[in-house]
Design a protein around this ligand. Structure first.
Ligand code: FBP
Ligand code: MG
Ligand code: MG
Length: 324
């Protein structure tokens, strides 16, 4: 099986970016180990503090964030990092070439039930003019990402990554610690009969989203003319992995529980990297109004509604948003 390095070289990835990715993955392997130790290492459960989003932090959120921060800031390749668990941007190496945004542990409420979780990352070039702790340099649209992906801590530890030459899946071989290519150039089927949306929020959605869901639920008796199945891992990383593997539509739309928030998921370290992976695999990625990758960020913790997955199903969903 092909090694990660070989695939990156074949995809003409610059040496410095390869070295950065390897450093990032060293951190993820450490997280994978900590996660797998679970209750044995006393890492389950919550801390007593909240993050900048007002969410109670799990112990593993804090541990994963610290591992990534430490390894990346000492690597020499990174000018600054931005994390879900950090209020502000953290300056690293002045002449570092890259900026990294990450969600250290996505789906962390799953830690306590031994279910799917993962690390999501997005890499961009660092502008030369920037001071290492300047957040404005991060405010580039997702089209500027040079690499993005996630590491999924499941029955196998898997990496999904793109550097703009397709989306590849790798599996961590724990016997020697390397990521091996196990699926090259993923192609998400254009059509699907499977959706992933937290339907308990249905009554809070915009009417167009409610109508779309009602039509899916009507099955072969409704306007879509086919029956749908539903899956919800409650970790975006797990749901997107399933969509990349066998198709589907994943959505976290705006809802009026907290109407001032544009959505639940965060643009820089959840929506953008997943949108890059999805588009590189032939899928769609929209906010309902525009392509996710073209959203111009105004804040490093900005939220955004997301609709991702099988291209024809995303298109069908977007029809309901027209004229909205
Ligand atoms: O509480 P809900 O509606 O099931 O939300 C689940 C969503 O929230 C998230 O867990 C947010 O991510 P974090 O765990 O990184 O905060 C997504 O991964 C997931 O899709
Ligand atoms: Mg998350
Ligand atoms: Mg998280």
């Amino acid at each position: 099986m092909k090694r990660l390095n070989t695939q990156l070289q074949e995809d003409d990835c610059p040496l410095e970016l390869i070295l950065l990715i390897r450093t990032l993955l060293a951190a993820c392997k450490e997280i994978s180990f900590r996660v797998s130790q679970g209750a044995l290492a006393g890492v389950l459960g919550s801390t007593l503090s909240d993050n900048v989003q007002g969410e109670r932090q799990k112990k593993l959120d804090v541990i994963s964030n610290q591992i990534l921060k430490d390894i990346l800031s000492e690597s020499g390749y990174v000018k600054a990092v931005s994390s879900e668990e950090e209020d502000k941007v953290i300056g690293c190496t002045n002449d570092g070439k890259y900026l990294i945004s990450f969600d250290p542990l996505d789906g962390s409420s799953n830690t306590d039930i031994n279910s799917l979780i993962g690390t999501i990352f997005s890499v961009m070039h660092a502008p030369q003019w920037m001071e290492p702790d300047d957040p404005s340099a991060f405010l580039q649209p997702g089209t500027q990402q040079v690499a993005a992906g996630y590491v999924l801590y499941g029955p196998s530890t898997m990496l999904a990554m793109t550097t703009g030459r397709g989306t590849h899946l790798y599996t961590l071989d724990k016997t020697h610690g390397g990521f091996l290519l196990t699926r090259e150039r993923v192609q998400v089927p254009r059509e699907t009969q499977e959706f992933a949306i937290n339907t308990s929020n249905q009554r809070h959605w915009e009417p167009c989203m409610q109508k779309y869901m009602a039509d899916l639920l009507a099955g072969d008796q409704g306007p879509r003319g086919k029956n749908y199945n539903m899956r919800w891992v409650a970790a975006m990383v797990g749901d997107i992995h399933r969509v990349l593997c066998r198709g589907g539509i994943f959505a976290y739309p705006w809802d009026n529980r907290e109407p001032e928030k544009a959505g639940k998921l965060r643009l820089m370290y959840e929506a953008n990297p997943m949108a890059f992976l999805m588009e590189q695999a032939g899928g769609g990625a929209s906010t309902g109004k525009m392509r996710i990758l073209e959203v111009m960020p105004e804040d490093i913790h900005q939220r955004v509604p997301v609709i991702l997955g099988s291209a024809d199903e995303v298109e069908a969903c977007l029809e309901y948003f027209k004229g909205n």
